[in-house]
Design a protein around this ligand. Structure first.
Ligand SMILES: [Zn+2]
Length: 79
């Protein structure tokens, strides 16, 4: 019982911390191009093309922020 309570506390603290970090830094570097917005072809390393994953911005919305935006959109559409 007590262990469950402590675990739930840690989980909640982690969630709050992650949520806060998503508010402070909603974007993270793209995993495909490392935030460079271009990535090199595997067959021809000299060839550099715009990153299709982040649409050549080098940034991706973080998962928590994307979930938050979706929740806000659902809430806004409902009212
Ligand atoms: Zn990218």
């Amino acid at each position: 019982m007590r262990v469950t309570l402590i675990a739930a506390g840690f989980l909640l603290a982690g969630l709050v911390g992650y949520g806060g970090s998503c508010v402070v830094r909603p974007f993270r570097d793209c995993w495909l191009c490392d935030g460079k917005a271009h990535h090199r072809s595997k067959r021809n390393p000299a060839l550099s093309r715009p990153c299709w994953w982040c649409k050549a911005t080098g940034k991706r919305l973080r998962l928590g922020r994307r979930a938050w935006n979706r929740a806000r959109r659902i809430h806004r559409d409902a009212t």
